[in-house]
Ligand binder design. Sequence first.
Ligand SMILES: *Cc1c(COP(=O)(O)O)cnc(C)c1O
Length: 406
Amino acid sequence: MSDMVFELIRKEKARQKSQIHLIPSENFVSENVLKAIGSCLTNKYAEGYAGRRYYQGNKIIDEIENLVVEKGKELFGVPYMNVQPYSGSPANEAVLFALLEPGDKICGMKLSAGGHLTHGHPKITFGGKYFDTVQYGVNKNGKVDYDELTRLVKKEKPKLIWVGTTAYPWILDWKKFSEIAGSVGAWLIADISHIAGLVVAGVHPSPVDYVDVVTSTTHKTLRGSRGAFIAVTKTGLSKDSKLARKIDKAVFPGMQGGPHINNIAGIGVAFEEASNLKFKQYGKQVVNNAKVLADELKNFGFKVFGTENHLMLVEFGVGEGRKTAEALDEAGIIVNYNTVPGEKGTAMSPSGIRIGTPAETTRGMKEDDMKRIAGFIKRAVDNIDNKVELEKIKKEVRSFLKKFIV
Ligand SMILES: *Cc1c(COP(=O)(O)O)cnc(C)c1O
């Protein structure tokens, strides 16, 4: 059995080496992060928190978790952090569980505008089913309409407002969001899953001075193991001195059991890596690369939304996003189909694709490489039904990638 698994892992590794990865939420972790995830720490149960576990044998585990928490607090400049959430979605659910009662009103950005499912997407999600939810969108340029949001919030008076994006190529104005949330006394939560690495690198403003709670995945631009953290800011603590305790209790025992200590150690390794100068250069390069790629695609005549961060949206004809993503896949270029601002297609058959640079920048790509990639994309889109040409591009992609290591 395990032979079969390892054979497939070998195949997946070969795939990762031979294709261009432009999904903005993905990245390549370091050898050291992999070592931590694949370590003996996976053998240990440690329900509870450092110094108050429900199992024996956790002295060293306590030291590890404390170390990771301290490093995280320092990195983001926050007085409290919980690193136990299994991933971004459970972290966000824990925040709702900690701060609200079922039926309370929450407000988040629409999925179709670039928000996340966990920010109260109606009906089919935990937040959308157990809470009363109102959602905000973007204008025709794809930017948050702060005036519209102000009106919506004044009218609906939500108890909690999410600010966080998965497909939004612009800088978020934390100060404006804090004024809007403040006008109705709502909790303001920044979900920086996509941009955490950019915040650390100083190429996107930090929300820490403007919001009550910050949540984030640790495996996107931050380049750590799969997991998440929840941080409480000074502002949050000044509104409710028990806020940190409430978050801890919501994560365990509220939502989860034993923490995945191996992943937490991997987060610690990533926090350390993110605190050195090289990571600042990485963040800058991610944004520079995205800008060059967006400009090149615009020069080719594509309709591009963005970019001020690590990603962009490219619009094709109505409903043509999926077909385009599939053709690019055949050419060895991995993107995902995505809705665009003012979408006229559907979620399963939208008009655009989403492109991001975090993973290929980790591989060492620079501005010139982005120009090559833009060229590959242009050719693939021009030859969307031409299998022979797509196969030819795939071969060229493969040889182009030879000089980059994973
Ligand atoms: C990725 C993401 C999440 C969810 O994280 P998972 O680890 O996939 O559960 C939540 N919020 C935002 C903004 C994200 O980008």
